[in-house]
Design a protein around this ligand. Structure first.
Ligand SMILES: NC(=O)c1ccc[n+]([C@@H]2O[C@H](COP(=O)([O-])OP(=O)(O)OC[C@H]3O[C@@H](n4cnc5c(N)ncnc54)[C@H](OP(=O)(O)O)[C@@H]3O)[C@@H](O)[C@H]2O)c1
Length: 327
């Protein structure tokens, strides 16, 4: 079987973690990396064994030998980086949050369709075995109708004006960086809500340092989520139905542990699935499966799900009055 030739754009923190997963995946070829400087690209290529190092994203996009590009830049750069790759006919796996807003995402999808390329948000949570196990439990009906979800993602991160997380020009803020996970989990289970009740603490650069979101459904279901950089939470999740509930361990979006309980709080089953490499290999597997099958959209991370979660984030920001300078 031919290996899939991967290219990486951006050489920051997540690019390193992802490259480790690529290195641990038998049918992935670490082919090319691009940075805004040739030195950083070369040092990244040397560290992981990529064959080519490009000193600009544009140079990488000209390389037609690439099978798929992983975009690992700050949120505000995703739209331009994705468009660059797509217009050169390259398949794309783009980090979350995939664009700043749903309008940008529609344009990216239109371009992907026009150029007949594969495009997927790097929503690794949805590809992980534990998440899939939880979805199996829910779909089996064993916990009944889902009435409540609580999922948090809040980490204390000291304020640093240079960090992309705190910069509006980078698409910073807790909503796009962290809340995207609880929102994606809730949306996958309950779909689009009938009402959003939300507030945020907006910091000096006009981006949210913490936020609370409640989604209300006419079915009587509620979902509650807290995200931010100002406090540390346990970051676990509980999904509760009329017949029982499911817990997802700390760092619910990347946990290996989940448990199923009945209404009397008796544990019925537990799942503990250790990762093969570092957890990112499952989204790589999914990209490989799609490319080999010749499909342009992942069924695990479908475009409609990404688009609807983005539209929820648009609505939250509209309620808070938060806009990015690019908008
Ligand atoms: N899936 C996950 O678990 C996970 C975890 C963390 C982050 N992420 C996502 O991955 C993306 C990158 O996050 P990160 O934490 O890796 O960020 P980071 O450490 O700041 O790295 C971002 C990289 O993007 C490039 N870049 C391009 N334009 C830039 C700009 N204007 N300012 C700063 N860097 C720029 C830089 O690489 P060069 O200088 O080499 O071009 C930089 O090293 C974000 O979308 C984030 O949401 C995902």
């Amino acid at each position: 079987m031919d290996k899939i030739k991967w290219a990486v754009i951006g050489t920051g923190k997540i690019a390193h973690t992802f490259a480790e997963a690529l290195r641990g995946t038998d049918d992935a070829q670490l082919y090319a990396v691009a940075s805004r400087t040739k030195e950083r690209a070369q040092s990244f290529a040397d560290e992981f064994g990529f064959e080519k190092a490009y000193g600009s994203y544009e140079e990488l996009a000209e390389d037609s030998s690439i099978d798929v590009v992983y975009i690992a830049t700050p949120m505000a750069a995703h739209y331009d980086n994705a468009m660059l790759c797509i217009k050169h006919g390259l398949n794309v796996l783009c980090e979350k949050t995939v664009t700043l807003n749903s309008g940008q995402f529609r344009e990216v999808l239109d371009a992907a369709r026009e150029h007949d390329v594969f495009f997927m948000e790097a929503m690794w949570m949805k590809c992980r075995p534990t998440y899939l196990k939880v979805m199996d439990w829910i779909n089996s009906g064993i916990i009944g109708d889902i009435k409540y979800i609580k999922a948090d993602f809040s980490n204390f991160i000291p304020y640093s004006p240079e960090d992309r997380l705190f910069r509006s020009d980078c698409g910073g803020g807790a909503l796009l960086d962290l809340a995207v996970y609880p929102l994606t989990l809730t949306h996958a289970i309950l779909g689009m809500p009938d009402e959003i009740i939300t507030d945020a603490h907006i910091g000096a650069d006009g981006i949210d340092l913490s936020n609370h979101i409640t989604l209300r459904y006419n079915s009587g279901a509620f979902a509650s989520m807290d995200s931010g950089f100002e406090i540390q939470l346990r970051n676990n999740a509980i999904i509760s139905g009329t017949n029982g509930f499911i817990t997802m361990g700390n760092w619910f979006h990347c946990t290996c542990e989940a448990a199923l309980f009945d209404r009397q709080c008796r544990q019925l089953e537990e799942s503990n699935i250790p990762v093969r490499v570092n957890g990112y290999e499952y989204e790589i597997d999914e990209v490989h499966r799609c490319l080999r099958a010749g499909v342009k959209e992942s069924s695990m991370v479908p475009h409609a799900g990404t688009a609807e979660v983005l539209s929820l984030m648009d609505k939250c920001r509209a309620i808070w009055g938060m806009r990015f300078p690019q908008e």
